[in-house]
Write a protein that binds this ligand. Structure first.
Ligand code: NAD
Ligand code: MG
Length: 395
């Protein structure tokens, strides 16, 4: 039996992961489930999965969960805080860690899973954006395995040459094509963008996701974060990656080879496919996802992204080109700006303005250690909040 710890089990990726695990009770057991504050959600999951451990971010929430589980006769050990997350990922009975906490909060536990030499199923792209070099070094040092869950990167992983080391060029790869749907505002008149609501931004045409990544998809910051993620995962340079708008979300990404071949991975837009792929790799197993009906899909469209409409995509590429802690600064400013938009403090079109201000205000440094990265993250959060709290700045 393979023991799986799910970080962020009450979220969109966490729930999809448990769905897939439920199809294969003969192969996987759940070791630990974790969430931020959702006591009721984690309680229900514990009743169903009876994990040995459960972790909540908050100590009072953890005491509450512990009492409820005791009355239900469960022996699940409940703990709280960042240290508890680092402990459950490193347990000997944890073989695989699904890293599905949203945002910078996912960095430390995901890094702990790498340092414990586990198979890391990486949904938390923010980890790689903030600490790509450190994270990839630690994976190698501790012999951990990384399987990408982000649908595009999972597609790329599936289309990459199977064996052999060396650079992309040495392996015959000329380019990586990252597809993105363009989100809910791909065709919205630009003049209406300042008035779009969080509800509209979170209503993605093809994917059902958490609120933060939904807003990131609407601004296309998500695709920018994914370009950075792909650079680290596949050791690619920025100019080896092309972003392509593909509204149907059926072609999940493509690898272009020196001989003119282009390999793509296709499927219905359902995260259970990459999750099942990463859990079963190098084998294949059922994900509960219907086969793609190409005749019903009918057509596949592709177009170039419009940087005017999606300034966040441009900012992300610029941050990666700047290097150092710039991507960590970008990520932190984006998290603060997205939260302010969701709280109706700023407009949708203020998001890139807050991020651009933060990137211009901060001097980047060498992201040599976790401490440096976390300091840049904190500084960027303060700077973005300053901008947001200054009403005259807003569009
Ligand atoms: P979500 O908001 O639905 O769930 C987030 C989970 O993390 C929840 O279980 C929540 O309790 C937990 N969490 C949040 N803040 C926390 C904190 N401070 N400490 C501990 N736990 C915390 O998010 P999601 O859509 O499932 O996305 C999770 C990650 O996967 C993100 O990094 C996202 O970019 C990535 N991802 C998601 C999708 C998708 O389809 N949802 C696709 C690709 C990548
Ligand atoms: Mg993605």
């Amino acid at each position: 039996m393979i023991g799986v710890t799910v970080l962020g089990s009450t979220g969109s990726i966490g729930i999809n992961t448990l769905d897939v695990l439920g199809l294969h009770p003969d192969r996987f057991t759940v070791v630990a489930l974790t969430a931020n504050r959702d006591v009721a959600g984690l309680y229900r999951q514990c009743l169903q999965w009876q994990p040995a451990y459960a972790v909540l971010a908050d100590a009072e929430a953890a005491r509450q969960l512990s009492r409820q589980l005791r009355s239900a006769g469960l022996k699940t050990q409940v703990s709280s805080g960042a240290a508890a997350l680092a402990e459950v990922v490193a347990l000997p009975e944890t073989d695989y860690v699904m890293a599905a906490i949203v945002g910078a909060a996912g960095l430390e536990p995901t890094l702990a899973a790498a340092r414990a030499g586990k198979r890391v199923l990486l949904a938390n792209k923010e980890s790689l954006v903030m600490a790509g070099r450190l994270f990839m070094e630690e994976l190698r040092r501790y012999g951990a395995e990384l399987l990408p869950i982000d649908s595009e990167h999972n597609a790329l992983f599936q289309c990459m040459p199977a064996a052999g080391g060396g650079s992309l060029a040495e392996r015959g790869v000329t380019r990586i094509l990252l597809t993105g749907s363009g989100g809910p505002f791909r065709e919205t008149p630009l003049a209406q963008l300042p008035r779009v609501t969080p509800e509209q931004a979170c209503a993605h045409p093809n994917w059902d996701m958490g609120r933060k990544i939904s807003v990131d998809s609407a601004t296309m910051m998500n695709k920018g974060l994914e370009v950075i993620e792909a650079c680290w995962l596949f050791d690619a340079a920025l100019d080896q990656i092309q972003v392509v708008i593909h509204p149907q979300s059926v072609v999940h990404s493509l690898v272009e080879y020196a001989d003119g071949s282009m390999l793509a991975q296709l499927g219905n837009p359902d995260m259970r496919t990459p999750i099942a792929h990463a859990l079963a790799w190098p084998q294949r197993m059922a994900a509960g996802v219907a086969a793609l009906d190409l005749v019903q899909v009918g057509r596949l469209d592709f177009e170039a992204p419009d940087y005017n409409r999606f300034p966040c995509l441009r900012l992300a590429l610029a941050a990666m080109a700047a290097g150092g802690t710039a991507p960590a600064v970008l990520n932190a400013a984006n998290e603060v700006a997205v939260q302010a938009f969701l709280n109706r403090q700023i407009r949708f079109t203020d998001i890139p303005l807050a991020i651009a201000y933060t990137l211009e205000s901060i001097t980047f440094s060498d992201p040599a250690s976790l401490a440096v990265i976390l300091e840049s993250d904190a500084q960027a959060r303060r700077t973005a909040r300053e901008w947001i709290d200054q009403p005259r700045n807003r569009a």
